[in-house]
Design a protein around this ligand. Structure first.
Ligand SMILES: NC(=O)c1ccc[n+]([C@@H]2O[C@H](COP(=O)([O-])OP(=O)(O)OC[C@H]3O[C@@H](n4cnc5c(N)ncnc54)[C@H](OP(=O)(O)O)[C@@H]3O)[C@@H](O)[C@H]2O)c1
Length: 402
């Protein structure tokens, strides 16, 4: 039996991971499950999978969690520190599925203490990739890419060929999101509901908006650079609306190895949970005779400028990557709260990147990274306020600044 911790078990990835666990009775022993505020779902999961411990991120929800788990011997805890402590309990595998930079500290804690950490939570890799990788090297933890594109690269990536310089490039595919065929004008005024309506994938809100702006693919370019030690110029993005091919690895001999599968996260999740063995997915499968066609297009930088911002940030270095991610998190949250128009998300990120960004030391500590991240968040909030003033929604100022 593999012991398993899931950080962010109530989210889209967390629930898919538990689907895979449910399909393999006796194979996994669920130790720790965590959420931010969804007490009811966390408690139901903890009961169903007989977890040893359930942790809720919001301090004030401890009593609710205890009440929901009364008459069980499941340990309950609450707050950020409790999350970090829970993540430090050794597991054979920990799934890092919190959304955003909030996942960084628990992820580091898991890396220091678990044998394997499967990473879906891409934002910490973008903003603190070198620290995450260094922590894994020092503690001997294996990092398994769970994001579908990176999991696909992982499956086709020959480290020996990489060492000898025989990998020409990685090709990450992108569905193009819900606005792939929309005009720039129509995209600018897209609503929250339209941005959340992804054509192929069912995901959490933040990543759905990121897919609509294509910032998700931008973050993934940086994530791939970190995980596979490849320069940005060797990482290409190709629009593939059907989302059957998740990524490709091109070798110097002209071979291109692609990983195919249904657009269902339970395939990469089954891959990492079973690794190094293969286990069955309870999810959808790709029925090859059924697929009528596979299309490919080049991304359009004019309608989707996020990709260029990500390449430039990767080239500029870690402070720019921190700024890209922090500004994007704030802008997306503001859009979801209906304080910022969709068309202002990427301009807000760009403006944050255009101002001076503090330098970091050569081997930045967690504190340095988080301090710059916080500064950029404050900067992004001020930019959004200015933008709100222009759009006369000043009554929402306080909410934005909070
Ligand atoms: N969804 C996908 O298909 C997919 C694919 C590839 C990669 N990813 C990446 O995986 C990560 C999770 O995505 P998701 O779509 O599963 O997100 P999601 O559905 O929004 O779930 C996020 C999870 O994190 C918890 N959480 C949120 N804020 C937190 C905080 N401040 N502290 C602690 N926990 C917090 C949530 O708890 P509550 O439920 O209580 O709010 C929930 O369990 C993201 O980084 C995303 O980019 C997702």
């Amino acid at each position: 039996m593999k012991t398993l911790t899931i950080l962010g078990s109530t989210g889209s990835i967390g629930q898919c991971a538990l689907d895979v666990v449910r399909a393999h009775p006796g194979r996994f022993q669920v130790k720790i499950l965590t959420a931010h505020e969804n007490v009811a779902r966390l408690a139901a999961q903890a009961r169903e999978f007989d977890a040893s411990k359930a942790v809720i991120g919001r301090d004030g929800l401890l009593e609710d969690l205890k009440a929901a788990l009364s008459e069980t011997d499941i340990e309950c805890a609450a707050g950020e520190q409790a999350l970090i402590e829970a993540a430090s309990q050794p597991s054979d595998i920990c799934v890092a599925a919190i959304v955003g930079m909030a996942g960084l500290r628990p992820m580091l804690s898991a890396i220091r203490n678990s044998r394997c950490v499967a990473i879906a939570n891409k934002e910490p890799l973008v903003s603190a990739g070198p620290l995450v990788l260094k922590t894994a090297r020092e503690s001997g933890c294996t990092l398994l890419p769970l994001d579908s594109e990176h999991n696909a690269v992982f499956q086709g990536f020959d480290p020996r060929a990489h060492k000898s310089g025989s990998i020409n490039r990685l090709i990450l595919t992108a569905s193009g999101g819900p606005f792939r065929t929309w005009s720039l004008e129509k995209i600018s005024s897209a609503t929250v509901e339209q941005a959340l309506a992804h054509p192929n994938w069912s995901m959490g809100k933040k990543i759905s908006v990121d897919s609509a702006t294509m910032m998700n693919k931008g973050l993934e370019i940086i994530e791939a650079a970190r995980l596979f030690n490849m320069p940005g110029k060797k990482i290409d993005v190709l629009i593939h609306p059907q989302s059957f091919i998740h990524a490709m690895v091109e070798y110097s001999d002209g071979s291109i190895l692609a990983q195919l599968g249904a657009p269902d996260m339970r395939t990469p999740i089954a891959h990492v949970l079973g690794w190094p063995d293969r286990i069955a997915t309870p999810g959808r499968r790709l029925d090859l005779p059924d697929f009528v066609r596979m299309d490919f297009e080049l991304p359009d930088d004019t309608r989707f400028p996020a990709l260029r911002l990500a390449y430039d940030s990767l080239e500029a270095g870690l402070p720019a990557c921190i700024a890209l991610n922090a500004a994007n998190e704030v802008a997306v949250e503001s859009f979801l709260d209906r304080h910022l128009p969709f068309g202002s998300i990427i301009p807000c990120v760009r403006e944050c990147l255009e101002e001076d960004i503090a330098a970091l030391s050569a081997d930045p500590s967690l504190e340095e990274i988080l301090s710059l991240d916080l500064d950029i968040r404050a900067r992004a909030r001020h930019i959004i306020l200015r933008c709100s003033d222009k759009h006369s929604i000043s009554d929402k100022k306080a909410a934005i600044l909070s």
